[in-house]
Write a protein that binds this ligand. Sequence first.
Ligand SMILES: [Zn+2]
Length: 247
Amino acid sequence: MSPDTIILSPHFDDAVLSCWHVLAGPGEALVVNVFAGEPPAGTLGWWDRLAGASDSAAAVQARIQEDRQALALAGRTAINLPFLDSQYHQSDQAPEEIVEALRGVLGALLVESAQIYAPATLGDQHRDHTAVRAAALALHAEGAKVMLYADLPHATVAGWPQWVLEESSAETDRAGEQWAMQLEATGVPVERMVATTHRLPAAVHASKVEAVLTYRSQIAPLQESFGASLEDLQLLGLEVDWRLPQT
Ligand SMILES: [Zn+2]
């Protein structure tokens, strides 16, 4: 196995929600779901409760199946790491442990050849995304090629920045300011990052929506939390990433 691209997906659906242009594009892409561990029987996390589950162990098993089906639509597969989603525990996940686990499954690929995609952790900044970003930044410091992606739909809780929409208005660009501040927190100067906006063509957007809706258990809680239909072009029709400078 020697993928050109490794997409670090904190949860089962993040790669599909945010990096469909990569999954649907050419080349060998592999997804690594980081917080894919099964909690002990009898656990019920808040997000799973919102999704209508009664047992989180069963919910994770169902999400693994949904993920397999969704990724298969793009001819892709995933590796699942055993870290527990933050809804199942209080403390933050140490990024060093994520780096070690990634080394264990991917070895030299990580730093020597593959292009790594990791969440930029924008908008409401989910703490599991923050931990994965920190792991990717640690690999970047060792020389890995890293791209950060706008993690949808979290990233747009304040809307899209004006530069993404190619609009300018007299109003304050709240989303733009928020993204700039949050990217600055990576320690990599924003002016050295190369941003690209991907406007998904209609057919690609349609295939993305089909894949997103394959995560059946997640449709209701995502739509409820982010206040928009997953089919809304404004929500998932654009994808943005940043190439970090090589160290
Ligand atoms: Zn996530």
